[in-house]
Write a protein that binds this ligand. Structure first.
Ligand code: B12
Length: 494
């Protein structure tokens, strides 16, 4: 490396994408977690961490050109690949090594290295901390081999070697990973130190807070919001098995937790560091883990000098199965739940999710939560295989009903998105609808186009119908003062 400076960046959305209701209100956590780990394990290196959600790609490029880091590490999703390439090119021109990570890069690591000479490495890890440390060690100490860095795709004598998602994805589980010495999922995440949020500049934090308050101050009439943050002390989803997995999901993460002690340490430290009293715990299915929640409540410190409030992901069926458990959520401090509602039609829900999901279950979940003064953020996915004009109308009617009854704080509605790892993407591949070039390309699938193609080919409605339905719900929500968004092509935004 040309020096001991590592520049970590969460790459912001490419201009073509619109924004979700939560956009830029919560910090991207992955790069903070990586920076925290590096600063603990390699204390002599210097670290800069930036979030491209709230500062421009141009300003990131400029900073890289000025400070010429030894390594630039980019967190890349399907929605941010073009910006990531711009940053990598500028980093390479400044003499840096470059590494990409996160889901998108992991899935296409080989293709990325084949097509982009200015990207040196891709790290496919779900838990990138230790592998990134080992990569930095290898770059500093030339006697080490890249082959010893877990989940790394790299070049050797012009050949692309190492991790391949299709072949090696089972090694990404924290319980199978050679990077971490753990066999106990109940405390696996204690391996990761409390995130140092001060690695982001203080202006980042004031921007998240400002963005959050611009959208949600009406939710917090009684208490001052002093800061907002993401945290992650539980991972995975209870629908992890293929038979019950939602058809639009392409997640791999297995279930793992931190101990309650470390969960609360994270909360307390975040308050000390950046005055956060609002926490988005980003576990994919937090409400599915009642024993974990009970233990958190049991071990909640009584001596906190602030009142932490939590925003968590939940599933309607978990809430409806045991509504009496909602009081536990209140005790914990949960004030807002993010539910993938997907649809207001039984036919669609049974197809997309499972026989245990229904419009009635969705409704009851929203109702029970509202009854206990917990807000819901919902999301709808429109245009699946079983969608018809009737099911779409049902969803529009259902959405209007819950909006009118004040059961939703805000929501996003998006057309179905085929991803390489979800059921819809696999169907497009199996039916020969993805071109050979696209399959060999490093570019993320053109989500807009494929969504259009999928809906027009396999669903009983057209893409236009779906957009119209989303706009109709959006317009109704607006009349009722409810926030909406859609992280999809900005051309579809009303
Ligand atoms: C929280 C979250 C959000 C929040 C974001 C808040 C924020 N500011 O970060 C909100 C609700 C806004 C959101 C929105 C969207 N999201 Co989202 N989101 C998540 C979620 C649930 C958790 C991410 C997280 O913070 N994890 C905790 C941190 C600590 O882990 P991490 O980010 O994964 O980082 C670790 C590793 O990935 C790796 N790593 C990450 N980056 C890098 C970089 C390098 C160099 C290295 C070495 C390693 C590395 O190491 C990190 C530390 O362990 C994930 C699912 C999941 N469980 O991962 C989906 C996920 C990231 N989202 C996804 C999607 C699709 C979206 C949306 C497009 C949703 C939509 N359909 O509208 C939008 C677009 C986001 C955007 N760019 O604008 C996909 C991405 C798929 C893809 N291939 O790109 C995911 C994976 C879920 C899925 N499979 O469907 N999302």
């Amino acid at each position: 490396m040309q020096n001991d400076l590592v520049y970590l960046v969460n790459v912001g959305n490419d201009p073509v994408f619109g924004s979700s209701a939560n956009d830029a209100s919560f910090p991207a956590l992955g790069v903070l977690a990586l920076g925290t780990w590096l600063s603990k394990t390699l204390p002599d290196i210097e670290i800069i961490v930036r979030d491209g959600q709230i500062i421009s790609t141009e300003s990131i490029v400029k900073e890289i050109e000025q400070c010429k880091p030894g390594l630039v590490a980019c967190s890349v999703l399907a929605t941010s690949y073009q910006n990531a390439l711009k940053i990598a090119q500028a980093a390479k021109d400044s003499g840096a090594y470059t590494v990409f990570g996160n889901d998108q890069a992991a899935q296409l690591s080989k293709q990325i290295l084949q097509h982009r000479p200015y990207v040196d490495f891709v790290l496919g890890s779900e838990y990138g901390e230790r592998p990134l440390e080992l990569l930095v060690r290898s770059l500093r100490d030339k006697s080490r081999s890249f082959a010893d860095v877990p989940d790394l795709t790299y070049r050797e004598n012009g050949e692309v070697k190492g991790f391949e998602y299709g072949r090696d994805k089972s090694t990404l589980s924290i319980l199978n990973s050679s990077a971490y010495p753990t066999e106990d999922r109940k405390t696996a995440l204690d391996l990761f130190p409390i995130v140092n949020r001060n690695l982001y500049p203080s202006e980042h934090w004031s921007t998240y807070l400002r963005n959050y308050l611009n959208k949600y101050s009406h939710v917090h009439q009684e208490e001052e919001v002093t800061g907002v943050t993401t945290m992650n002390r539980a991972r995975g989803c209870s629908r992890a098995g293929d038979s019950v997995k939602c058809k639009f999901c392409d997640l791999l993460l297995d279930i793992s937790f931190s101990s309650p002690k470390v969960f609360w340490q994270e909360v307390i430290e975040a308050y000390k560091q950046v005055r956060s009293n609002i926490f988005f715990e980003v576990c994919d299915s937090f409400l599915s883990f009642p024993v974990f929640i009970d233990n958190l409540v049991k071990e909640k410190p009584d001596s906190l000098d602030f009142n932490p409030k939590f925003f968590v992901y939940g599933q309607a069926r978990d809430i409806v199965r045991k509504p009496e458990r909602i009081s536990k959520l209140r005790e914990l401090g949960v004030f807002r739940v993010y539910i993938g509602l997907e649809s207001g039609s039984d036919q669609t829900l049974k197809h997309m999710k499972s026989k245990y999901d229904s419009a009635e279950t969705n409704y009851r979940a929203l109702y029970y939560l509202r009854e206990q003064n917990i807000y819901t953020y919902g999301s709808f996915v429109l245009g699946s295989d079983t969608e018809t004009h009737e099911t779409l109308r049902e969803t529009v009617r259902w959405a209007k009903k819950v909006i009118k009854e004040g059961l939703l704080l805000d929501f996003d509605s998006i057309p179905l998105i085929p991803l390489p790892g979800n059921v819809y993407g696999k169907r497009l591949v199996n039916e020969g609808l993805i071109s050979k070039e696209a399959l060999q390309s490093d570019l993320p699938w053109a989500l807009d186009e494929l969504s259009k193609l999928y809906i027009n080919t396999f669903s009983g409605v057209s893409y236009e119908d779906v957009i119209q339905a989303a706009c109709e719900i959006g317009a109704f929500a607006k009349e009722h003062g409810i926030k909406t968004g859609s992280v999809f092509s900005s051309e579809n935004k009303d």
